[in-house]
Write a protein that binds this ligand. Structure first.
Ligand SMILES: [Zn+2]
Length: 316
């Protein structure tokens, strides 16, 4: 068995890592699942600046590697990533000073192996395409609906990253239901402002929800108990999300769509509305595209980061 990849997933609240065995394209084709070993995580020192964040990631990686030879490091990170240069080009305020950070150099110095760097949603999409819903499919559109809304289109096992590393910003598409709603990107009327987890909580408040319903979990519980305002918020957000997915089917025509993130866990009212939204926008030829729950699991981004690191290794 060849040496594992040291995979890291660096997000706004947590840094996770693991040794990943068997994440190469041969294993994906054979259908054998990669194995994760020594999975561990630490809190991200998000406000402490890039040096502190990177050293927390490197310390975690060191602990995970302890005594094992690794072939490469595969890093999945929040922010828009220039994978070629291994740098963050744009980032939200959730990681202080993150934009401009060189992720590759410090890690390759410390570990002495090739370091591959990928945006976290792209890593998640790649992991899902190779080892989850996308296995044995030529293309997959992953749509993640949680704190934000993002996505990744994977074609023939390659994540579409875009010329600026920004492809897949599914949340930053205008949709009529979001008219006049502020989006975290600074624009108005994008899907994410309306239909992300925090967006839905704010939508419910605008609809007159009880003031105790201040987070997604409370709102989902209220909807499950039949609270009409909570249900309406999920219906509106689901419909808008479905309309955007339907429009994307018209543009991208993926073989399947995989849904992931916290919001899909809210259950049937949201899913039913997503289906209605897709039916409303998708052309007949793409209207029956399967829309499925993601199956690669909570470590999909680690799997994708590991797979990408192996893709980038020079051929031997
Ligand atoms: Zn936006």
């Amino acid at each position: 068995m060849s040496d594992p990849v040291l995979a890291l997933d660096l997000g706004g609240t947590k840094i996770r890592g693991a040794l990943v065995h068997g994440a190469g394209p041969e294993e994906a084709l054979r259908g054998t699942a990669p194995q994760l070993e020594r999975v561990a995580e630490v809190a991200t020192p998000a406000a402490a600046g890039p040096d502190a964040i990177l050293s927390a990631a490197a310390d975690l990686a060191e602990r995970i590697r302890s005594g094992t030879t690794v072939r490469a490091v595969g890093l999945s990170s929040a922010g828009v990533i220039d994978s070629g240069r291994g740098r963050v080009t744009h980032a939200t305020a959730s990681l202080t000073g993150w934009a401009g950070t060189d992720l590759r150099t410090p890690l390759s110095r410390r570990f002495g192996v090739p370091v591959s760097v990928l945006n976290d949603v792209h890593a998640h999409g790649l992991g899902e395409a190779r080892f989850g819903t996308g296995r044995e499919r030529a293309s997959l559109l992953l749509v993640a609906v949680g704190t934000g809304i993002g996505g990744c289109h994977v074609i023939e096992g390659r994540a579409v990253i875009g010329s600026h590393g920004a492809a897949g910003h599914v949340g930053h598409v205008p949709v009529p239901e979001a008219d006049g709603v502020d989006c975290p990107c600074g624009r108005i009327g994008h899907l994410e402002g309306l239909a992300s987890g925090p967006g839905i909580v704010q939508l419910a408040a605008r609809l007159g929800a009880d003031r105790s319903l201040q987070d997604g979990r409370a709102l989902a519980a209220a909807a499950a108990a039949g609270d009409e305002i909570a249900l309406e918020a999920y219906r509106i957000a689901g419909l808008a999300t479905g309309r955007v997915i339907g429009a994307l089917l018209n543009v991208l025509d993926p073989e399947a769509v995989a849904l992931t993130g916290g919001v899909p866990e809210a259950g049937a009212p949201w899913h039913d509305a997503v289906r209605r939204g897709i039916a409303q926008e998708a052309m007949d030829v793409v209207a029956s595209t399967p829309v499925l729950a993601a199956t690669a699991g909570s470590h999909a981004a680690l799997l994708g980061a590991a797979a990408r690191a192996l893709d980038e290794l020079p051929a031997r």
